[in-house]
Design a protein around this ligand. Structure first.
Ligand code: NAP
Ligand code: ZN
Ligand code: ZN
Length: 345
């Protein structure tokens, strides 16, 4: 066991504060990672504020982790000391069920999340807002050369969460894709869809970030506060990815899909959606969901990003600014991912 620095939530309402946590000894199939950067995902905030249910306090969140391997267990063959690696939203799963065998460990009923879940030893998992983490080697990803650890960290959640549905729904050359919300997930979704050959429209609350959206490769950028957006774009898209952290009138967005188009929801607001049956049956449309991505597809996404020169657009902050950064994320004032410099934790 080793004691390491971390920033933890102690209740749903208190700001995060500096503390120490214990990390287990490096087991046979484990790696010890010295964390360099930890991205701030909106899910960290939902969880720590108990918006999705009571969180186990004290809790260290963070599941966009990038760093360097400093120790490996005796059975580890795929990672070595000095390797640049990442950890996303999962640290283990059963490995035997159909989902695990298909490389979709995120849908394993025994999947263990990087924070706030009961680990194999009965302890509660603690995430990336810390200096070190011990993780099973099979849930440790390789960060390719050419992608900085800072811009790679957000790929481990925001990247794969948008990559997975883009691949599942066959986005490619000429696909018409809309991304709703230009935040952490949204700005990755735009870049990945563009790199896959899609024609991408951003649907944002306002035109404040229009220039950025176009620079990321979008060909069209519309404000959802403008009623004419919903008139002009009726029946346009093959796929809409909704990344919004708040509730939306989903049926208005369903109307923007072409025949047999799909709206895939990755945003995770607290309130349920209301979807009239006719917004689905007219046009044979689908409403789908998607949760992060499996380990093989996460590696595929990281390699694709290296090949295409894609990274997250980040603002690096010291740990003491984390509460301020959270407020800015909640206020849609993030461009486009905050990343904590772990050396300041
Ligand atoms: P984020 O950086 O805060 O981005 C969310 C974006 O949604 C904002 O930038 C904003 O974009 C838009 N938005 C926020 N409030 C809105 C409102 N009231 N009405 C309309 N639009 C609003 O958050 P994120 O880290 O990308 O995460 C987004 C959501 O996905 C969160 O709910 C998170 O928990 C969830 N998530 C899900 C998965 C999964 O596996 N499915 C994985 C990671 C995160 P504009 O300013 O452009 O409108
Ligand atoms: Zn996340
Ligand atoms: Zn499983």
């Amino acid at each position: 066991m080793r004691t390491v620095n971390a920033w933890a939530a102690t209740s749903a309402t208190e700001p995060l504060s500096a503390t120490t946590i214990d990390r287990r000894d490096v087991g046979e199939n484990d790696v010890l990672i010295e964390i360099a950067y930890a991205g701030i995902c909106h899910s960290d905030i939902h969880t720590a504020r108990s918006e999705w249910g009571e969180a186990p306090y004290p809790l260290v969140v963070g599941h966009e982790i990038a760093g360097t391997v400093t120790e490996v267990g005796s059975g580890v063959t795929q990672h070595a000391v000095g390797d640049r690696v990442g950890v996303g939203c999962m640290v283990n799963s059963c490995r035997e069920c159909d989902a695990c065998k298909a490389g979709k460990e995120q849908y394993c009923t025994q999947q263990i999340g990087t924070y706030g879940m009961t680990d194999r030893d009965g302890s509660i998992t603690q995430g990336g807002y810390s200096t070190h983490i011990v993780v099973d080697a099979d849930f440790t990803l390789k960060i390719p050369e050419g992608v900085g650890l800072d811009v790679a960290a957000p790929l481990l959640c925001a990247g794969v969460t948008t990559w997975s549905p883009l691949r599942r729904f066959g986005v490619g050359e000429g696909s018409k894709v809309a991304v709703v919300g230009l935040g952490g997930l949204g700005h990755m979704g735009v870049q990945l869809a563009v790199a896959m050959g899609a024609e991408v429209t951003v649907l944002s609350q306002s035109l404040k970030k229009q220039e950025d959206g176009i620079a990321l490769g979008a060909t069209d950028y519309r404000a959802t506060s403008d009623e004419s957006t919903f008139e002009d774009l009726q029946g346009t898209f093959d796929l809409i990815i909704n990344t919004v952290s708040a509730n939306l009138p989903i049926h208005e967005y369903m109307a923007l899909l072409g025949v047999e188009g799909t709206l895939v929801n990755v945003g995770a607001p607290v309130e349920p959606f209301t979807v009239p049956a006719f917004s689905l049956i007219g046009g044979g449309k689908s409403l789908a969901g998607s949760m992060i991505g499996g380990i093989p597809e996460t590696q595929e996404m990281l390699d694709f990003c290296a090949e295409k020169g894609i990274g997250s657009k980040i603002e690096i902050i010291p740990a003491e600014k984390v509460n301020e950064a959270w407020d800015r994320v909640v206020n849609s004032d993030v461009r486009y991912r905050f990343v904590i410099d772990a050396a300041t934790i």
